[in-house]
Write a protein that binds this ligand. Structure first.
Ligand SMILES: CC(C)(COP(=O)(O)OP(=O)(O)OC[C@H]1O[C@@H](n2cnc3c(N)ncnc32)[C@H](O)[C@@H]1OP(=O)(O)O)[C@@H](O)C(=O)NCCC(=O)NCCS
Length: 172
């Protein structure tokens, strides 16, 4: 995949490049720090707490063996990431979307999702799909602003009430 440059001239997302992860140890360490840092704020807000805060170099290396990872950079530093998984249904599942706290609301998430959509099309996917915690209104608005629609409600194992909502975007 070619590098994607989003925006320009000081617009949101300017200076952001998105590329596939290489998987070297420095990059893996940066991605682990990004994910753990991005989800740490939710530990006291979400029930159950997010499993993302338990990611390690080993778990991310393993994930990268099964899924495509994309990393967003500004000035050569990793500021965001996500993972894409092709499912048998033809859906492309997007997970571990994370933007460093200091870089939020600057278009990094939008740039990452645009690159994910381009990559999903290249993989022949028909829909992007992901799960969002019901309690995270801002995230629901983020994905809605990108054209995702809310679908079925789901509960984490052991919970008798819905805890997350499926969101999808047709790309066919
Ligand atoms: C969710 C997340 C990835 C968004 O990344 P971001 O770089 O801040 O998003 P962008 O700047 O590209 O936002 C694009 C648009 O989405 C919407 N949006 C983004 N975050 C939002 C929020 N918290 N509340 C309301 N709308 C939001 C806005 O319309 C925004 O455009 P604007 O800033 O011009 O108003 C980021 O907040 C994050 O990493 N959070 C912690 C980890 C996480 O929750 N991951 C997702 C799990 S489902």
């Amino acid at each position: 995949m070619a590098k994607t440059r989003q925006g320009g001239g000081g617009a949101p997302g300017s200076g952001v490049t998105v590329r596939p992860m290489r998987g070297d140890s420095a990059e893996i360490a940066a991605v682990v720090a990004l994910i753990r840092g991005a989800f740490a704020d939710y530990i006291d807000r979400l029930d159950p707490p997010p499993s993302a805060v338990r990611e390690t170099a080993e778990s991310i290396t393993e994930l990268l063996g099964r899924e495509l990872g994309l990393v967003a950079e500004i000035g050569g530093s990793a500021v965001g990431c996500l993972f894409l998984q092709r499912r048998e249904s033809g859906d492309i599942y997007v997970g571990r979307v994370a933007v460093a706290g200091a870089h939020r609301r600057g278009g990094v998430g939008r740039a990452l999702m645009a690159a994910a959509e381009a990559e999903a099309r290249r993989l022949g996917g028909r829909r992007l799909t992901l799960g969002v915690r019901l309690a995270l209104d801002g995230n629901r608005r983020f994905f809605q602003s990108l054209g995702f629609a809310e679908g079925a409600l789901h509960a984490h194992p052991g919970y008798d009430r819905p805890t997350w909502v499926e969101m999808t975007k047709a790309i066919g």
